[in-house]
Design a protein around this ligand. Structure first.
Ligand SMILES: [Zn+2]
Ligand SMILES: [Zn+2]
Length: 136
């Protein structure tokens, strides 16, 4: 992929631009990712906070992760699109929802996490690493 990417929420009130390629790309099959986005799993591009510029206001919701860390999910307060989340374990690392990225043809997950919670109908690429729970 070329360096950097941009995107935004459904209504356009929140937009973002990242100056660097993602450091990690993954799908998460946990229940919280399902509920927070409405899809049967969630795809993330992880970037460092210092490379990301966000325009517009986001609301946030914090909840405990299995690990005891706090997950804070940010969403557009107008249209409800989930935009990104942070984990208190590594607060400068943001997981952006790939569905909000413009032209994300380059997306190639390197791992599937929480495959213990995967719905049986969700296909799993045998070529990439599967973690039963969180990537440690
Ligand atoms: Zn919006
Ligand atoms: Zn998850």
């Amino acid at each position: 992929m070329s360096e950097g990417f941009k995107g935004g929420c459904l209504c356009g009130a929140v937009s973002f631009e990242c100056a660097a390629a993602p450091k990690f790309q993954a799908n998460c099959h946990c229940d919280d990712c399902r509920k927070s986005g409405g899809g049967v799993y969630a795809s993330y591009a992880f970037v460092d906070e210092s490379t990301l510029t966000i325009q517009g206001e986001t609301g946030s919701y914090a909840s405990p992760a299995d690990s005891g860390n706090t997950m804070t999910r940010h969403f557009c307060t107008t249209c409800g699109s989930p935009v990104f989340h942070t984990n208190s374990r590594a607060p400068s690392r943001l997981g952006i929802r790939v569905g909000l990225i413009d032209s994300a043809d380059w997306f190639q997950p390197q791992a599937n996490v929480y495959t213990c919670r995967r719905l049986p109908s969700t296909p799993l690429d045998p070529e990439i690493t599967a973690f039963d729970k969180m990537r440690s």
